[in-house]
Design a protein around this ligand. Structure first.
Ligand SMILES: [Zn+2]
Length: 83
């Protein structure tokens, strides 16, 4: 599940300082473990806003989150349908 380009992920990662960005979490993560949620330092670049037909591939839309937080945030993701 790779939504964002490498460039966007990198920028979001730098902003996050290599930690989970979910409020109150700040778990340290490992860059190479992107998408590997079975690992303790696994993480995802999660969309803040999901468009129906494409990915808004900008750092501002990409949250760096750990495997525990991604599930919670996924449920809160804003999905915009239609045009
Ligand atoms: Zn977290």
């Amino acid at each position: 599940m790779k939504l964002f380009s490498e460039r966007t992920l990198k920028k979001a990662w730098e902003r996050a300082g290599g930690c989970c960005e979910a409020p109150g979490c700040r778990r340290p993560l490992h860059w190479d473990h992107h998408g590997q949620l079975h690992l303790p330092q696994g993480w995802l670049g999660l969309q803040r806003v999901a468009l129906a037909d494409r990915v808004l591939d900008i750092p501002a839309n990409c949250q760096v989150v750990c495997r525990d937080c991604q599930q919670v945030l996924l449920e809160n993701c804003l999905v915009l349908e239609g045009r």
